[in-house]
Design a protein around this ligand. Structure first.
Ligand SMILES: CC(C)(COP(=O)(O)OP(=O)(O)OC[C@H]1O[C@@H](n2cnc3c(N)ncnc32)[C@H](O)[C@@H]1OP(=O)(O)O)[C@@H](O)C(=O)NCCC(=O)NCCS
Length: 187
C-alpha cells in the first residue's frame, strides 16, 4: 500500500503508511507542529508536540495499525510530511465503524491531495472489515464539508457550541458514510 500522486500543480507526492522510524517521527513532529501553530480546524491544539510525545504517538499508532485497529496514511514531498489521514476502529458493539480524520499542509491544499488520501484510505477501510465511517467537522469548515459531501458522507447530527475555537463556541457536525452504499453495492 504505497502510491505516487501528482498534485494539480505537478508536485510528486508519495503516499504510504507511517513507520516507526526516527525519520518518520521527525517528519510527523514537524508536520503536526505547523498545523498546531496555524490553529487549523482540527481537534489537536495548544502547545506544540514534543519529540517524546511524537515518538510515543507513532509507536502507539503503528501498533494499532499492526493489530488491524487503525489505518494511517501519510503523504511525503521528499522527506517532508505534507498530509496525513487516519481511520480508527471504534470499540465494543461498533467495531465495524471507523472514525476518520485528515489534515493537509497549508501550502498543498486545493491540489487534490485531500481527495486522493480519502480515496485511498476508504479503500483500505473496507479491507480491514469496516463498513461505516464517522467523522466530525466544524460547521465553518467549508472546504472539508464540500469534500466529504462529494464522497457521499451525510450529516447525521449536530452538537451546538461543542467546540471552543478562536474565542467562539461553534457547532460540531457529525457525518456518516456507509461504505457499501458509497461503492454502489447497496442502494
Ligand atoms: C479539508 C482538507 C483536508 C481538504 O484537503 P485538500 O487537499 O485541500 O482538498 P482537495 O484539493 O483534494 O479538494 C477536494 C475538494 O474539497 C473542496 N475544497 C478544497 N478546497 C476548498 C476551498 N478552499 N473552498 C471550498 N472548497 C474547497 C472542493 O470541493 C474540492 O473539490 P474538487 O476536487 O472538485 O476541487 C484541507 O483543506 C485541510 O487539511 N484543512 C485543514 C485541516 C482540516 O480542516 N481538516 C479537516 C478536519 S474535519
Amino acid at each position: 500500500m504505497s502510491e505516487n500522486f501528482i498534485t494539480k500543480s505537478g508536485k510528486e507526492v508519495f503516499i504510504r503508511p507511517i513507520e516507526n522510524t526516527e525519520s518518520d517521527v521527525k517528519a510527523a513532529l514537524d508536520f503536526i507542529n505547523k498545523i498546531i501553530e496555524e490553529d487549523a480546524m482540527i481537534k489537536r491544539s495548544g502547545d506544540p508536540a514534543t519529540l517524546e510525545e511524537e515518538k510515543e504517538w507513532v509507536e502507539n499508532t503503528t501498533k494499532k495499525v499492526s493489530q488491524g485497529d487503525e489505518i494511517f496514511l501519510a503523504a511525503f514531498l521528499g522527506e517532508r510530511e505534507v498530509g496525513a489521514t487516519e481511520i480508527t476502529r471504534q470499540g465494543g458493539r461498533s467495531k465495524h465503524v471507523g472514525t476518520f480524520g485528515i489534515t493537509i499542509a497549508k501550502e498543498l491544499r486545493g491540489e487534490g491531495l485531500g481527495r486522493e488520501l480519502m480515496r485511498q484510505i476508504l479503500q483500505e477501510a473496507s479491507k480491514i472489515g469496516l463498513t461505516h465511517i464517522e467523522l466530525h467537522v466544524y460547521e465553518k469548515n467549508e472546504p472539508a464539508i464540500k469534500l466529504y459531501t462529494s464522497l457521499g458522507f451525510k450529516e447525521v447530527g449536530r452538537r451546538p457550541e461543542a467546540i471552543a475555537y478562536q474565542g467562539k463556541l461553534i457547532t460540531d457536525i457529525i457525518m456518516w458514510l456507509s461504505l457499501e452504499e458509497a461503492s454502489g453495492k447497496r442502494p
